[in-house]
Design a binder for this molecule. Sequence first.
Ligand code: C2O
Length: 366
Amino acid sequence: DFRSECKGEVTSGLKNKDGKYARSRACCPPNLEGGIPADYKLPTESTVRLRWPAHKGTPEQVQKYRLAIQAMRSLPDDDPRSFINQAKIHCAYCHGAYHQPDKTKDIQIHNSWLFYPFHRWYLYFYERILGCLIMDPTFALPYWNWDDPDGMQIPEMFIPETIYCNPNPLQVEVHREASHLPSEKEPKIVDLTWSPVNRAEQGLPYEKQKACNLETVYRDMVRNGHDTPSFFGGKYVVGSDEISIRDKSVGSVESGSHTAVHLWVGDSKQPNNEDMGRFYSAGYDPLFYCHHANVDRMWKLWKDLDLPKHVDPTDPDWLNASYVFYDEKKNPVRVYNRDSVSLKPLGYNYIEEYPIQDLPWRYSRP
Ligand code: C2O
């Protein structure tokens, strides 16, 4: 049973001044009745959930999204769909809570070819849970459109502390870098090459930063991600050691723009750059899922570019790799990489503003 397999407490990382971690280090899912997870059956409904660019959300879309997150935050702690239990999924799959099947090593779903399919399934269930909580089968997540000059700031809906008479469920109790929040005075756009190490030298003027970001997306999507292994990342199977982010085999988007966004959003005043700056805590910021919707969209766009070597992996070790999630009805289910490759059977897609060849970064060759 996957829950009794879970080791619980993770132990790396720094504590803050009062000797505490910024977030709980206990990552295991709650124990529910109901044995071994069954293979997941794809939904038969014909509705398509259309994920929308966060900076273009209509008041209705934003309102629905906030209500859904609020509903998720209100679930009790023993509900596997609760906000905290959803955040813990990320922690469990990246901080040594699960063993590999041969029990010698831990599972790490980053820095390898598991990156795209794992996160696709993670968001898939997260989106369905949110939709279920507000009883809307068409509910779709927003995506943080950081590959478009107009979408490079932290989307506005994440910012105000209160809306009407309530705290904003997209911002309450999250740790984010205060100096990177958009302000009235100046636009604060993300730096897709950000790394906290040389932060002092960074910070380009606005127009330059925009151009640099477009070049970075081009680099990750076309030049550095020119074939299957360079885009998806290296092979990782039972017996593999954890691959480090510094290893050249990590996928182009994962090691590039994806990680830069994490580190740019995480709060430098927290001991480990929580929330977004660290795996165990990233899922505590709703912006994480919005960011990952765009990362997931990059996988779709990469194939839509229709370049000769832009094809999904076909290695059976990749196709048959699987994960366990709770679905929107609280049933534990097993899902496979092979069922993640196309969006149609999964019942969602992305609203695109431009045809693929007109995307702002399409010809931003550095
Ligand atoms: Cu699971 Cu963006 O990390």
